[in-house]
Design a protein around this ligand. Structure first.
Ligand code: ATP
Ligand code: MG
Length: 403
């Protein structure tokens, strides 16, 4: 009977260790050789947990070719924002040689405000890609508007988290946006001028004629003496019809060029618009007007009036609100108008595409109109939390005394 004697553990362990050690030495030799030959990119990051080496090798190398040919900047960052990898396009964007980009902090290319916005975004447990607009600060060159799309990269079997970023140069997009903005402002001005001339035409021709017809129909109804017969009833009906048409034409004309704005002022114009809104929609409103101090320019008052109309139209069409509050107040610096409803609210992302697949022009128009007269537009909304719009427009500067 043969019996195999078990080798004592003390004799096996060193042999196994030796094999393992040889394997590690060989692996290290291969890595070092690859580093020397430029086949592997390495970055040494010294942090609280000591030094860590990040490498890019093997199959990952093919991805590098793809990323190098991209027209967008691509980066991976360590958790302390050290750039582990950057492509040539990013190096060009920040006007810095690639060797000087890799291994440095990404923060050197951001302003303090943009960095703080980035950090806030990252604190929000970003799972999917998130986007943020920043101004990149290149070396010795003007800032570059850019969009950064951020992804958390977790390597399988590793607790190490790196950040992946795709950086898109938005210079051309911003330029187009500016062009669109200028065009929109121009169109708004043309529209106001056109509205003014149609309102004048209505007033000078149709309203005057309607008044004359109304007067004659009144006289006709009275002259049909005798007991109320069919012809008198028909004449009375005709007079009422003309009277209603005349009121409608006056309302259209007022909307086209709100004379009440010029003659009675902003508060009266807003009051008329709110009353008309509640009458039309059945949604009650509360309007409070504090002392305004001074008057804005005609153009700025018209902007506030038009924004109120558009905001009330949105309440009527989308909010399913049971009440609207409109507040107009003045301060030493300017006028503030807020429109708040208690309706369904909505999920609003600035610059996002609306449900119809285009940028929402109503809200965009309000923002642009306010901006055009030096004001600001603020939208506060969330699903089931109602919607509030706040517009602030500064008073025009006092004319400097002439000597
Ligand atoms: N007060 C509100 N309550 C709820 N949803 C609103 C409100 N205001 C706007 N919205 C939502 O925002 C979207 C964009 O509004 P916006 O005024 O820009 O466009 P619109 O009203 O759809 O079209 P238009 O260009 O004719 O104004 C609306 O379609 C609606 O979904
Ligand atoms: Mg709208």
């Amino acid at each position: 009977m043969s019996s195999k004697r078990k080798a004592p553990a003390a004799r096996v362990t060193p042999a196994r260790e030796l094999v393992a050690l040889r394997a590690r030495v060989s692996e290290t030799e291969q890595t070092l050789r690859a580093i020397r030959n430029g086949e592997v990119d390495t970055v040494l990051v010294t942090g609280k947990q000591g030094s860590q080496i990040f490498t890019l090798n093997g199959a990952v190398h093919t991805y590098r070719l793809l990323i190098e040919t991209m027209n967008e900047g691509a980066l991976t960052l360590a958790s302390d924002y050290t750039i582990l990898y950057a492509n040539q396009c990013f190096a060009r964007l920040v006007n810095t040689p690639l060797e000087q980009v890799t291994g440095t902090s990404f923060l050197r290319f951001l302003s303090a405000a943009d960095f703080s916005a980035l950090r806030t975004l990252l604190k929000r447990k970003v799972q999917a890609g998130r986007k943020i607009q920043v101004e990149l600060i290149p070396a010795n060159a003007a800032t570059v508007p850019a969009q950064i799309s951020i992804h958390r990269l977790v390597e399988p079997g590793s607790a190490l988290v790196t950040l992946g970023m795709v950086v898109t140069d938005m210079t051309e997009a911003r330029r187009n946006e500016e062009r669109l903005r200028a065009l929109a402002n121009h169109l708004t001005q043309l529209q106001e001028a056109e509205r003014g001339s149609v309102a004048l035409d209505l007033h000078d021709n149709i309203t005057q004629t309607l008044c004359a017809v109304l007067y004659r129909s009144q006289t006709l109804a009275e002259s049909l003496a005798g007991p109320a017969g069919p012809s008198q009833a028909a004449a009375t009906e005709l007079r009422e019809l003309i009277s209603r048409t005349s009121t409608d034409v006056e309302r259209i004309s007022r909307n086209l060029r709100p004379g009440v704005l010029e003659h009675l002022g902003l508060a009266a114009a807003l009051e008329a618009a709110c009353k008309e809104f509640s009458r039309r929609s059945g949604i009650p409103h509360r309007l409070t007007c504090g002392p305004l101090g001074a008057r804005l320019s005609v153009e700025a008052e018209l902007v506030l009036y038009r924004i109120l109309l558009a905001a009330l139209q949105n309440v009527e069409r989308h909010a399913r609100a049971s009440h609207v509050t409109v507040r107009l107040s003045g301060s030493t610096s300017g006028i503030r108008l807020s429109i708040q409803d208690d309706g369904v609210g909505f999920d609003h992302e600035p610059r996002s595409l609306g449900r119809r697949g285009i940028i929402d022009l109503g809200l965009l128009g309000m923002r642009e109109r306010a901006k055009h007269v030096g004001g600001t537009f603020l939208l506060q909304t969330a699903p089931r939390a109602g919607t509030k719009i706040v517009i602030r427009i500064p008073f025009p500067p006092e004319p400097s005394p002439t000597v």
